[in-house]
Design a protein around this ligand. Sequence first.
Ligand SMILES: [Zn+2]
Length: 269
Amino acid sequence: MNLLHDFLDLLLPPACPRCGRRISRAERPLCLACQMQLERVAYEGPGRHGFIERIFWGQLPIERATAMCYYHSEETRRMIHSIKYADRPDVAEALAAVWAREALAQGFFEGIEAVIPLPLHRVRQGQRGYNQSEWLARGIHRITGLPVLDAIVVRTVNNPSQTLAGRDKRRDNVEGIFTLNPAPAAQAAIHGLRGRHVLLVDDVLTTGATLLSCGRALCGIPALRLSIFALAYAGELVPDIVDDDVLDDSNAVVVEHHRPDGVSTERLT
Ligand SMILES: [Zn+2]
């Protein structure tokens, strides 16, 4: 079997989905250089309330939320595009598995009982042939063994692409487009989630509007506990005021700048 794979690789050398260079099978999903260079979002551990988590504060009761990487570099945009538009859901699965292995060690999955991929509208899924969030969920399942529940919530409106919409428009576009699955076959599973802790999974988080809308639909399940994972964060790179360290000893406001190349803190006096 490996010989066959090696032979196929000779005929059709696989390319790194991030930089486009040829890679060996052992390097997948990304070439070694891209594994080093991927702009990772730091996860500070449960209870540390990173900036991804704070996007949802005041709008949805969230237990934990994080993303794997920043979307902003040309290379990482290429990687996400290959997942969404170039028939490479396997890249989503492999990256999610890389993230899940680390997140598991950091305690991210503590108490989480199931994974729910953000649904596509059935027309969009038919065009694409797959739901990339479902493949992210499969990667998480491979590492954690958590069940993937893909029939709990459905998307009832095939809304237009959000790419060019501003913040307010995005929110209006996606409000109410998800609903708990009304199919009789889904009712037992929905009932079984009462009081449970689920991880909602999506590929790209920009303003959080789509995840918020889907999360609100899920919260129709009594006492549901919700955490969120996105593969990439594509939102604004804005200074982030640190809630529990707003004032340091010199009464200065301390802000964290979350950027693809790391986190820096700045003291505003
Ligand atoms: Zn690469």
